[in-house]
Ligand binder design. Sequence first.
Ligand code: 6GU
Length: 238
Amino acid sequence: MRIDIISIFPPLLAGVFEHSIIKRVRDRGIVDIQVHDLRDYTTDRHRTVDDYPYGGGAGMVMKPEPWFRAVESLRMQGSAGRAILLTPQGQQLNQRVVQRLASEDRLIILCGRYEGVDERVAERLVDEEISIGDYVLSGGEPAAVVLVDAIVRLQPGALGSSESIVEETFMEGLLEYPQYTRPPEFRGWRVPDILLSGDHGAVDEWRRQRQIERTRERRPDLWAKLSNSDDDVIETTT
Ligand code: 6GU
């Protein structure tokens, strides 16, 4: 998979993809991540990327021309890919969206700044707009890191066998069960006895119950979705 990211702050993105799973996946050639400076696609002496908003108001708006030049020029190398504008106005990211994007052969990610991007970019250039949640970031760069991380770890061969993605949070709509490691007692706080019992059936049952309990308490929204689905997670518990 190839991922191009266009930003006015490439240094914000440069180092983050050089560690951990993302680094391993890049080194193995599973994904090719390239960061581009939007200003390289301007044509004026000052490398201008923004201008005053028509109709007035505070803040600046990102001009359309550099975005169109950047995306159109990147599209001349390789497949068209799917262009995504990161903006608080977008569809909210979730694991289903991540899975869908993870199966594309190429993504071109546009990091907007919070004050806004000329609407013609959203309407005429990109394929979709994505937000990572209901809070305000000063620019799309941190959102690009989130999106790329979530996508890259789903690439075939990205995770070692010990990092299986099959029984993961949100995949089946339940939160994870609590995890413990050694020591069995720390400052007087003991690991639940059942986890030390060696009874795998009892451990599985205990973990399932903790998943259900947590999801009900912490994420009633997720729990309601499950209760309305025909999944059998609930049937054994209610
Ligand atoms: Cl994608 N961009 C900005 N600027 N703020 C956000 C966001 C994106 N997602 C949540 N907040």
